[in-house]
Design a protein around this ligand. Structure first.
Ligand SMILES: Cc1cc2nc3c(=O)[nH]c(=O)nc-3n(C[C@H](O)[C@H](O)[C@H](O)COP(=O)(O)OP(=O)(O)OC[C@H]3O[C@@H](n4cnc5c(N)ncnc54)[C@H](O)[C@@H]3O)c2cc1C
Length: 416
């Protein structure tokens, strides 16, 4: 399909998605559902997948539901509340109850293990006829011709190339974007423990609360606890001052030990410190702050997910934004719009950038603000809005802004 041609009838594209993370799979599923022919190219063969928990709010689960992802198969836990606890003893400071969440927002707020969700998304993609090609690392992109070259010497040509290759994106570099970054004041350890082990050791069992639980969060130190995989796994995110380690390279998978994990938190709730002696899969996650990129699209290429807008994890919106990106691309290149309101690839991709960049940038910025102020985090930003002592900015991100967003209406505004 010519990028400048004016097309009157819907014609499926040949799409190459680079990267088979949550974002790449979301794009593949969403576009395939509209009849596009999609191949996903992944550099790895998933032998060492990231074993972290992911929380997906209604703005993301709305699409997982629409796309038919097997949520039960993904062993999701519905988030029932947010719990804020005291740093030193874990006593409860505040609770935000989500009893009416689905009634209000149409979809649930879920906690997943990333691997469980990833597996179910792969299954859905394959069932729809998406071709997933492993061990293909993209190394060169010709954005005008739509050619991707891989490190094994093979290449492919596509009408549309989607760069869903994560925070250290090769596709992004190939379309001429050099990230402007600054080190984050914080670093994060993440780890998990099986609930069965917690019970066996007679430790405090946080899996009973189907909640996202926070210790600290006012200042750099913060512990976030979630539960996933049918309540079989408790997961921990532990933020601490970056000067405790000397890593400079961005990444989320550097191995760490239990003593490294406990060292920055001498005065933390003893219930957590006791669990930290027995946790598994401890990884250091080196956080880096990326300025918003100048553009996301070029010729036949669009960036999506962390490749387009890496963000700090403090709003838990990274996957949700990748899922929204995917839904946006599929909507723009759907029979509803293509050939009617959108006539060229160039127009479609410009529309995609226009639609997505302002919202994702706003959430990137709100994630950075929430890094050291838990009252900025979606949910608490609404519940604790009257807490004058915390000096909440008027521009804080609200749960309504996230969950009530109407993408279809937004597209229609931009088209008219
Ligand atoms: C520890 C952790 C916890 C998080 N928690 C949450 C949360 O609670 N809620 C939330 O919404 N988000 C969360 N996020 C963010 C979220 O995981 C990401 O924003 C989201 O999954 C989108 O990722 P992605 O698909 O764009 O990139 P990635 O998940 O990084 O996937 C990129 C894929 O591309 C592949 N790849 C890279 N380079 C190439 C190449 N050159 N050629 C081919 N393939 C390539 C990689 O191997 C990888 O499979 C978390 C992130 C981390 C690290």
């Amino acid at each position: 399909m010519e990028s400048t041609s004016v097309t009157t009838a819907f014609v499926p594209f040949n799409v190459a998605v680079i990267g088979c993370g949550i974002g790449g799979l979301a794009a593949a599923i969403a576009l395939r559902r509209h009849g596009h022919v999609v191949t996903v190219y992944e550099r790895s063969h998933f032998a060492s997948e990231v074993g972290a928990s992911l929380t997906i709010a209604a703005n993301g689960t709305k699409y997982l539901d629409q796309w038919g992802i097997d949520i039960i198969g993904a062993r999701a836990i519905i988030v029932k509340k947010l719990i804020m606890r005291n740093w030193t003893d874990g006593t409860i400071r505040d609770v935000y109850d989500f009893n009416d969440y689905k009634t209000k927002w149409g979809s649930n707020y879920y906690m997943f293990h990333r691997i469980d969700l990833h597996e179910q998304m792969q299954l859905t993609a394959k069932t729809l006829g998406v071709n997933i090609v492993l061990d293909h690392k993209a190394v060169n992109i010709n954005s005008v011709e739509g050619i991707v070259t891989f490190d094994n010497g093979t290449s492919t040509r596509a009408d549309l190339i989607i760069g869903a290759d994560g925070v250290r994106s090769c596709v992004r570099e190939q379309i001429g974007i050099m990230p402007q970054t600054k080190p984050c004041t914080s670093t994060c350890y993440r780890c998990v423990i099986p609930t069965s082990r917690v019970k066996q050791l007679n430790l405090k069992n946080f899996a009973n609360d189907h909640a996202i639980q926070f210790w600290g969060g006012f200042g750099i130190n913060k512990i976030v606890v979630t539960v996933c995989s049918d309540s079989e796994i408790v997961a921990f995110y532990c933020f601490y001052p970056a000067e405790h380690n000397d890593r400079t390279e961005e990444g989320w998978n550097f191995s760490a030990t239990s003593s490294m994990l406990r060292a920055p938190f001498p005065d933390l709730d003893p219930n957590l410190l006791a669990i930290f002696e027995h946790v598994e899969d401890i990884k250091l996650w080196k956080l880096v702050v990326h300025d918003p990129y100048p553009y996301w699209v070029k010729d036949r290429v669009a960036l999506l997910g962390d490749a387009a807008h890496p963000m700090l994890p403090d709003q838990s919106q990274g996957s949700c934004m990748a899922i929204e990106d995917a839904a946006a691309l599929a909507l723009i290149f759907s029979p509803e719009h293509w050939g009617k309101n959108v006539h060229t690839m160039e127009h479609g991709l410009q529309l995609y950038e226009q639609l997505r960049k302002s919202r994702a940038t706003r959430i990137q910025e709100a994630s950075a603000r929430a890094r050291e102020n838990l009252n900025e985090r979606i949910g608490w930003s609404t519940k604790r809005n009257t807490d004058k002592s915390e000096n909440i900015k008027t521009a804080k991100l609200t749960i309504d802004e996230i969950n009530a967003y109407d993408m279809e209406a937004h597209v229609n505004t931009l088209i008219k």
